[in-house]
Design a protein around this ligand. Structure first.
Ligand code: ADP
Ligand code: MG
Length: 493
């Protein structure tokens, strides 16, 4: 059963119950007001409108009427009249008898001085026996019979009953009241139903449609989050879920794109050395290397290409393992000054031979201990110095290593006076396979993975790596390493 139908049924149920309660309350009120269950039973019956007196009053009236017809003079006997009045009193009605213009008997029941003037005049045809009248705010119902006494004088006998004005008004207004009550209940019902439909059913419909969109793979819509109620919260949760899903789908597409790009880059980079090796081997096979010298040259070239290939595969392997976070980091406290000193010592002579001087720049006088994986940081330093060496274009070639320390971090700078990096390339140099000026530096044989690996390594250490470079003037490569906690104090030079 849909919520809509459930709501409709529950409202209709409510309507019926409230009507029943209303009818019950109205009956109880009537009984309480009149104190008479019979009057309630007579309530609104056609019989009642024709016959404003109760059955008992009516039977007394009939007796009096009979008397008026048969023995009219008895209606001058005060004692008899008092008897009748007494009977009527017990049912809260009263007797009134008149003869011509004078009153013969008036019941004390009503205590109404203006009663006489307000009674209807003689009508010996007795056309209207039963009727009502009011004096001020008091209402009376009566049954009347006009007759002639034996001496021919006109007489009337009245059985009168006072009705409460409230009852009278209620009786008159009752149909209007009932109709308007039902109207109000029905209108309230309709309004409530529409309100609930609008605030509950429609948003739920929207939610269902959205779920269908998602099912069809469409995640590019957004739910309006206006309401703050439970449905609004549900919408919000749903919207968050959609956004998450959208993000993860985007991420997956991006990953897919990256993977394709990676494969195409790898196959491109592997093809070049393999084609070269194949070419030289074909040369040997076809007898182009016909002298021992030529043969030597060919074999050496093949060897160096194989070395390049090996290096490339090794870099790729390292990069992909770092990327998948599969390489464990062996962190230990490292005195970074001593460590860099060792690196410089190791590289100094090799670089000197190539005319490049590798030297210390600024550094703190005492040791700075950082948390690092020695092997990986060495790899990082070698990659950066390797670049500095590869992209050198000056006559006097200098690579300078500096260290600065803050209480928490050590910042290592490796500065060269090489050709610098074009500004538009700077944001990309840490991306894998990225090489600025592809054609020129393909001669350096770089894979474009050096800085991508460096960046993975520094990220793994929780540090940051960045570059500052001026085209033509040189490049400054920075990275930070976290200091061990037991040192403290600033050790700036
Ligand atoms: N010290 C530097 N001087 C000039 N350009 C540099 C320097 N370091 C990096 N680059 C630029 O950044 C690119 C990416 O460097 P890297 O990831 O090490 O790749 P590769 O060295 O294999 O080309 C290089 O191709 C080069 O264009
Ligand atoms: Mg490199």
């Amino acid at each position: 059963m849909s919520i809509r139908i459930k709501l409709l049924l529950s409202y209709t149920g409510m309507l019926v119950v409230s009507l029943l309660v209303f009818v019950l309350t109205a009956s109880l009120f009537t009984i309480a007001a009149t104190g008479d269950i019979h009057s309630f039973r007579d309530f609104y019956k056609v019989h009642y409108q024709l016959n404003p007196l109760t059955e008992q009053e009516e039977s007394i009236f009939l007796e009096l009427k009979y008397l008026a017809k048969k023995e009219p003079d008895k209606l001058q006997d005060i004692e008899l009249l008092q008897d009748y009045d007494f009977k009527l009193k017990t049912v809260r009605a009263g007797l009134y008898v008149r003869r011509e213009d004078s009153q013969i008997f008036e019941s004390h029941t009503f205590n109404q001085p203006k009663l006489e003037q307000n009674l209807p005049s003689y009508d010996l045809n007795n056309n209207q026996i039963r009727s009502t009248f009011n004096i001020g705010e008091r209402f009376y119902a009566y049954a009347k019979f006009d007759f002639r006494y034996s001496d021919g004088k006109k007489g009337s006998v009245f059985v009168i009953r006072e009705r409460s004005p409230f009852g009278e008004v209620t009786r008159r207004l009752m149909p209007v009241l009932v109709v308007s009550l039902i109207g109000v209940i029905v209108i309230a019902n309709v309004l409530l139903f529409r309100w609930i439909t609008r605030s509950v059913v429609k948003p739920l419909d929207k939610l269902r449609n959205s779920a269908e969109y998602i099912q069809q793979g469409n995640l590019q819509f957004s739910l309006d989050l206006n309401s703050k109620d439970e449905i609004g919260q549900l919408n919000e949760a749903f919207e968050n879920m959609r956004m998450r899903l959208h993000e993860s789908v985007q991420l997956r597409l991006q990953d897919e794109e990256n993977r394709k790009e990676l494969i195409s880059n790898i196959s491109h980079d592997l093809r070049t050395p393999i084609t070269n090796i194949k070419g030289y081997i074909e040369g040997i096979r076809d007898g182009v290397a016909d002298t021992p010298e030529k043969m030597d040259k060919y074999v050496n070239i093949i060897y160096s290409k194989a070395v390049d290939l090996e290096k490339l595969v090794e870099e790729l392997f390292l990069y992909s393992k770092l990327d998948l976070k599969e390489v464990p980091f062996m962190f230990e406290p490292v005195d970074i000054i001593g460590f860099l000193d060792d690196c410089i010592d190791e590289l100094h002579d090799v670089l000197e031979e190539k005319g490049i001087s590798l030297e210390w720049g600024e550094r703190p006088d005492r040791g700075i201990e950082v948390i690092a994986d020695r092997e990986k940081i060495k790899r990082n330093v070698l990659n950066i110095i390797g670049n500095a060496q590869n992209f050198m274009d000056k006559h006097e070639q200098i690579i300078r290593v500096s260290v600065q320390a803050s209480p928490e971090w050590a910042t290592i700078e490796i500065k060269d006076n090489g050709r610098g990096i074009p500004p538009d390339a700077i944001p990309h140099i840490f991306e894998r396979f990225y090489r600025a000026e592809e054609s020129r530096n393909s001669s350096t044989g770089g894979s474009g993975l050096g800085l991508a690996i460096a960046s993975q390594i520094i990220e793994g250490h929780g540090g940051t790596i960045w570059v500052e470079s001026e085209l033509g003037a040189g490049t400054r490569m920075f990275f930070t390493l976290k200091r061990t906690t037991n040192q403290g104090g600033t050790t700036n030079p």
